[in-house]
Design a protein around this ligand. Structure first.
Ligand code: NAD
Ligand code: UFG
Length: 337
């Protein structure tokens, strides 16, 4: 029996392949390599010493999915495949709706054909929209403020409706906070195309000399030092969260959302300072205007994941910085090297 991992060559997917294999699961990956490289999977195999069966296909392609389900005994699916850049989703909304929604619909249709009814979905803290209260708890009202966020919210609704219509399903909606860090080996990590949108890859590219300085987006937020506060979570902790979610889904039926965060907030300047301390590399910065749409602070209450899945994050900010740096330093051009 195997677990199908869509988008398994990507940042979170490749780390999840490792943790799933370490937990004894066989994994099959489908990825169109739109935002990744198959080298990540070669490195996963190097790290675990176990094979990853890989299909370079688009999840929207139902014939390709059927072939995978025919050739492998799939018992559950972890669904990472999708586009994830907020700004790009505002410029290219149809591309986001087409990819994220259609790929999920194709996937659950083929899963239904093959009577596979266990799915773990990559949702995001973005589904809480503009929240008025922190920390975020799963039962709070949901909303979305950009096309990317709307795709996540729609997919949560689609999967919830699917369970309502057929109680044989088990759906875990995992709401990630801000994943950073990399595998301890330094062999796999985040490899953004072009100039990074997100804070940690930006900092690490300044550190390695590819970018000149960090632009801090605003220092007049209502936070500890005026800069934006987020709940950064080590990608390996996040990956282990998927193992726990699969363990749960294989034993249960239901549809539940889980926050995967640490519960701790860290500001932009605190993360920058932690990176400098962990690596000894100076990160020059300037204060720029706020980035439109950014909230003051976002952090999780992750009690439900602890109680129901038995999962808690174990890595702190220092390890997130050290591990990001090992990956970036060893692979200044990501998988291009
Ligand atoms: P990523 O881009 O590294 O991984 C996504 C993978 O999916 C890539 O390898 C890409 O090539 C593949 N893909 C995209 N569309 C596909 C399609 N139609 N068919 C097949 N493969 C396809 O991103 P990531 O950071 O690993 O994120 C994984 C998931 O987690 C995404 O759904 C993302 O929206 C979600 N998420 C990410 C974050 C984050 O900050 N990284 C936060 C919350 C949620
Ligand atoms: N920031 C900077 N400079 C940068 C990049 C970011 O100061 O170059 C700041 C932002 O203003 C914010 C913080 O660093 O205060 C974190 O920003 P990121 O872009 O790293 O992360 P976000 O919290 O904005 O976005 C993340 C995911 C999105 C998701 C969103 C809400 O990347 O996919 O969380 O859950 F939609």
């Amino acid at each position: 029996m195997s677990i199908l991992i869509t988008g398994g060559a990507g940042f979170i997917g490749s780390h999840t392949c490792i943790e799933m294999q370490n937990a004894g699961y066989d994994v099959v990956v489908i990825d169109n390599l739109d935002n990744s490289s198959s080298k990540s999977l070669e490195r996963v195999e190097k790290i675990t010493g176990k094979p990853v069966k890989f299909y370079k296909e688009d999840v929207r392609n139902k014939e390709a999915l059927r072939k995978i389900f025919k050739e492998n005994e799939i018992e559950a699916v972890i669904h990472f495949a999708g586009l994830k850049a907020v700004g790009e989703s505002v410029r290219e909304p149809i591309m986001y709706y087409d990819n994220n929604l259609i790929n999920t619909i194709s996937l659950v249709e083929v899963m239904t054909e093959f009577n596979v009814k266990k799915i773990v979905f990559s949702s995001s803290a973005t589904v809480y929209g503009v929240a008025t209260q922190m920390p975020l708890v799963e039962g709070m009202p949901l909303g979305a403020i950009n096309p990317y966020g709307r795709t996540k919210l729609f997919i949560e609704n689609i999967l919830t409706d699917l369970f309502t219509a057929d109680n044989d399903w088990c759906v875990a909606l995992l709401r990630y906070f801000n994943p950073i860090g990399a595998h301890k080996s330094g062999l796999i990590g985040e490899d953004p195309k072009g100039i990074p949108n997100n804070l940690m890859p930006y900092i690490s590219q300044v550190a390695v000399g590819k970018l000149e300085k960090l632009h801090v987006f605003g220092n007049d937020y209502k936070t500890v030092d005026g800069t934006g506060v987020r709940d950064y979570i080590h990608v390996v902790d996040l990956a282990v969260g998927h193992v726990k979610a699969i363990d749960w889904a294989l034993k249960n039926k239901g549809c539940e959302a889980f926050n995967l965060g640490t519960g701790n907030g860290t500001s932009v300047l605190q993360l920058r300072d932690a990176f400098v301390k962990a690596t000894g590399v100076e990160i020059p910065y300037v204060i720029d205007p706020r980035r439109p749409g950014d909230p003051d602070e976002v952090y999780a209450n992750a009690d439900k994941a602890k109680t129901v899945l038995g999962w808690t994050a174990k890595y702190g900010i220092d390890e997130m910085c050290e591990d990001t740096w090992r990956w970036q330093k060893n692979n200044p051009n990501g998988y291009e090297d």
